[in-house]
Design a protein around this ligand. Structure first.
Ligand SMILES: [Zn+2]
Length: 296
């Protein structure tokens, strides 16, 4: 049986450094199947889904969610990813069938696919009147670097992020990431140790494909063997919460006139969920009933 995906939260150096580590191989493979992704777009969407699951795992309440929108004007087009507070994620991109040649480092060209000419928007809905919105320009399109800048600029948090997806035409071999935060009392000495160990550790996707546990990975990237595990039972998953009711609300929001016009021309309305490709069909009779309940 395949090992479940997992997120762990850990403190290192007596609480002066906090780390969230995620293994997301199964959920990225699920996304690949749903959207028929190529190796390039699996790497792109996989990295964003992993980042979203890490950020989602920090939300406090059940109704909280976070939406990441990326538009770098590259060939994949717009990317949208959502996570709830339990790291249940979903996402899509405009052009999932894009496949690019490897870049000059012999790696999947995530930056080239995403593009470097645009912005990342982060929308956190945590039950306040207005959601929190953070905007940051894209640096490289490689995602981890872009989010490092986001955390530095918008949240004033010194952060190190790694995201990686190992994929070939047969599917996702491994996927995951980590985000490491420095607390205000982290010393220069600790920062130097972290830099050395992050460099030595190698890529997150290769550590995962060597079957290192998330705890082992956290030890390796921090160089601290006395970690305190804060949480280790979060299971990120690809999960869409769409329903016929939600799409019905969308139809109602079009307004009575517009709905009447559509149903004059067609005998049914078909909607497809962009996140999971599920199709919802509303026949003429259903729409007529809906129209009766709507005000002019
Ligand atoms: Zn759906």
């Amino acid at each position: 049986m395949k090992e479940n995906d997992k997120i762990i939260k850990v403190l290192a150096y007596d609480g002066k450094v906090s780390i969230i580590c995620a293994k997301t191989t199964n959920l990225v493979e699920e996304a690949r199947k749903i959207h028929d992704l190529t190796p390039t777009t699996t790497a792109v969407l996989g990295r964003v889904l992993t980042m979203a699951s890490i950020m989602g795992s920090e939300l406090k309440n059940k109704e909280d969610n976070i939406t990441i929108q990326i538009d770098g004007k590259g060939p994949v087009g717009k990317i949208v990813v959502v996570s709830n507070n339990n790291a249940k994620v979903k996402g899509y991109m405009q052009n999932p069938l894009v496949e690019l040649p490897l870049n000059n480092l012999g790696k999947i060209d995530v930056g080239g696919a995403v593009g470097r000419n645009g912005y990342i928007n982060i929308i956190k809905d945590i039950g306040l009147k207005d959601p929190y919105i953070g905007i940051t320009p894209i640096v490289s399109g490689e995602i981890a670097e872009d989010f490092t800048k986001y955390f530095a600029d918008s949240e004033q948090k010194p952060t190190a992020i790694a995201l990686g997806v190992l994929v070939n035409k047969d599917g996702t071999k491994s996927s995951g990431g980590y985000r490491l935060n420095l607390m205000p009392d982290a010393t220069e000495d600790i920062i130097t140790k972290l830099e050395e160990n992050i460099n030595k550790a190698g890529s997150i996707s290769s550590m995962l494909s060597e079957n290192l546990s998330l705890e082992d990975i956290a030890k390796k990237v921090t160089g601290d063997n006395n970690l305190v595990i804060v949480e280790n039972n979060i299971e990120p998953q690809y999960e869409c919460d769409c329903s016929k009711e939600k799409f019905e609300k969308g139809l109602i929001s079009l307004g009575k006139r517009e709905l009447e016009n559509i149903i004059k021309e067609d005998d049914k309305i078909e909607t497809v969920c962009q996140f999971c490709n599920k199709k919802y069909v509303f026949n003429k009779k259903y729409i007529e009933e809906l129209l009766k309940e709507m005000r002019d």
